[in-house]
Write a protein that binds this ligand. Structure first.
Ligand code: NAG
Ligand code: NAG
Ligand code: NAG
Ligand code: NAG
Ligand code: NAG
Ligand code: NAG
Ligand code: NAG
Ligand code: NAG
Ligand code: NAG
Ligand code: NAG
Ligand code: NAG
Length: 409
């Protein structure tokens, strides 16, 4: 009690000092936000841009109504405590008008909010709410509707995002774009539609042109990739996730755009529970005429426990390309030093008895692919599990389960 009181007194003094001297970023002023009844974006933005506010607090009782875009790039040394809710008003007419949401040429993504700069912590136990239902319903009628991402870390360094819920994103939940030294921990993601229209493309995380990213101890319930490693995602650790209803932990798709070179290197995904999903551990790369190139190197998928997953283990290096075209134009995105270790569970039976499919392009485009301790079964009505492979030489103690790989070259 005594030390708590002392702590509170010292906080008050610090905050009083900061107010009195107005002495720049090295102080401890806490700037608390309240709901205004109209658009709360300008006040949130002002508090973040005010260098005298080292901490920006959204108290538990506050629901900020965000009606206009927030450019919080170039911020430094900031602690954002979200105890309440930041809710993005689903005014589709506003957000889809050109110039309102932020736009990225990469996969035509758009965003409500950019957060960037350095040394930022965002936590607090509160909620980021994408109010996605109106978006899910409108997208069902208009498949070119540009739906915003909730949280985009843009040109961000040394950022920790933790202890938050992120709900009902209209599209991707987290986009890490041109960042480094970024950690997400204890994030609970849920994107669930209450109508017949699914919550589509609600990837948990997409990592693009970013280095040294950790995603740990989080729960994801969504309708697309749990985590996706896009071009130039390097040195990534994804650990202790429970993913439900997703499209899996996915490398790619890569090598899609002609003239571009995509790198995904040094990725470990470990201790993953994957349930009711389209894929478990996945790598996909384009082949065919007029696509791009790249390299996928040193990727480890380890300690996956899967249930009701269509493709528990999958490499597709002829992504979106039929067999004949893939034979004529094999993928120029090479796949090297890949480890599928300690993966257990059952498939959904969508691929009948097949529980693992490692399909490379012909002509030696995959090398050093290792499979160890795969304990995968298909639903019993399909009989013994079947493991398939194409155009690849497998190593490891589970290689024999695959038998001789098909050669299409
Ligand atoms: C965001 O703000 C920064 C200044 O901090 C500016 O340089 C940048 O152009 C803005 N971005 C957009 C997309 O408006
Ligand atoms: C990273 O940010 C944290 C919190 O904002 C800060 O304490 C730490 O010193 C920063 N690290 C570096 C290397 O700047
Ligand atoms: C569909 O969405 C796109 C992109 O947001 C927009 O330009 C277009 O006008 C919409 N179409 C209809 C019929 O609403
Ligand atoms: C995880 O975050 C939730 C809020 O989403 C919080 O209630 C809980 O205490 C956090 N857990 C840990 C271990 O910090
Ligand atoms: C998990 O996903 C399935 C399929 O999308 C869904 O039916 C189920 O409600 C989800 N479970 C939880 C706990 O959210
Ligand atoms: C990825 O990084 C490589 C090497 O730095 C670069 O040549 C390439 O253009 C980058 N690709 C993308 C999509 O940023
Ligand atoms: C492979 O990637 C892991 C991180 O996922 C890294 O620790 C390790 O050093 C890398 N190995 C090589 C040979 O690059
Ligand atoms: C991958 O990790 C190895 C070993 O730590 C390192 O030498 C290499 O530079 C890393 N590759 C990339 C693209 O960061
Ligand atoms: C993975 O789980 C094992 C067993 O629970 C644990 O010992 C290990 O620390 C975990 N690995 C990571 C990177 O969290
Ligand atoms: C295999 O994965 C399970 C589930 O994540 C974990 O409990 C176990 O420790 C792992 N074993 C090894 C040898 O990595
Ligand atoms: C394989 O998984 C099943 C459950 O799916 C488990 O009962 C069995 O012990 C596992 N076998 C090995 C060798 O880990």
């Amino acid at each position: 009690m005594h030390s708590l009181a002392l702590f509170l007194v010292s906080l008050l003094i610090a905050s009083f000092d900061a107010l009195a001297s107005n002495s720049g970023p090295s102080n401890n002023k806490i700037c608390s936000l309240t709901a205004s009844g109209s658009d709360d974006a300008p006040a949130f933005l002002r508090a973040i841009q005010d260098t005298s506010c080292s901490t920006v607090l959204i108290p538990a009782t506050t629901i900020l109504d965000i009606k206009t875009r927030m450019n919080m790039t170039g911020v430094s040394d900031k602690h954002i405590i979200v105890q309440g809710t930041v809710r993005f008003n689903p005014d589709l007419a506003y957000w889809t008008e050109t110039g309102n949401a932020f736009s990225f040429s990469f996969q035509d993504q758009v965003a409500f909010w950019l957060l960037g700069g350095k040394n930022i912590i965002m936590d607090g136990g509160g909620t980021l709410d994408g109010a996605g239902q109106a978006w899910y319903d409108a997208f069902a009628k208009n498949s070119s509707l540009a739906r915003p991402i909730i949280l985009t870390l843009f040109q961000a360094t040394n950022i920790t995002i933790q202890n938050l819920r992120m709900i009902n994103s209209p599209e991707w939940v987290n986009f890490v774009n041109e960042g480094q030294d970024i950690t997400f921990r204890n994030i609970t993601i849920s994107a669930v539609s209450t109508s017949k229209n699914a919550a589509k493309n609600t990837d948990g995380w997409d990592i693009f042109r970013s280095d040294n990213v950790v995603i740990d101890s989080s729960v994801v319930n969504n309708g697309d990739d749990c985590v996706s490693f896009k071009p130039n995602a390097t040195n990534i650790l994804v650990s202790n996730l429970a993913c439900n209803g997703s499209h899996g932990i996915s490398v790619g798709s890569l090598g899609q755009y002609p003239g571009e070179f995509d790198i995904v290197q040094n990725v470990t995904a470990i201790n993953i529970t994957m349930s009711n999903a389209q894929n478990g551990a996945r790598i996909k790369a384009w082949a065919g005429k007029g696509v791009g190139s790249g390299i996928v190197k040193n990727i480890t998928f380890s300690g996956f426990v899967e249930s009701n997953v269509d493709n528990p283990v999958i490499i597709d290096q002829c992504y979106m390309t039929d067999a004949d075209e893939c034979a004529e134009f094999p993928s120029n995105t090479l796949i090297q030093d890949i480890w599928f270790d300690n993966i257990s569970g059952t498939s959904s039976g969508k691929e009948k008895a097949v529980v693992a499919s490692l399909s490379c392009s012909p002509d030696g485009r995959c090398s050093d692919v290792n499979v160890n301790n795969l304990n995968l079964t298909a639903p019993s009505k399909y009989g013994a599990a079947s493991f398939s492979c194409q155009n690849v030489q497998l190593s490891g103690n589970a290689a024999s389960a695959f038998g001789k790989c098909k050669n299409t070259g």
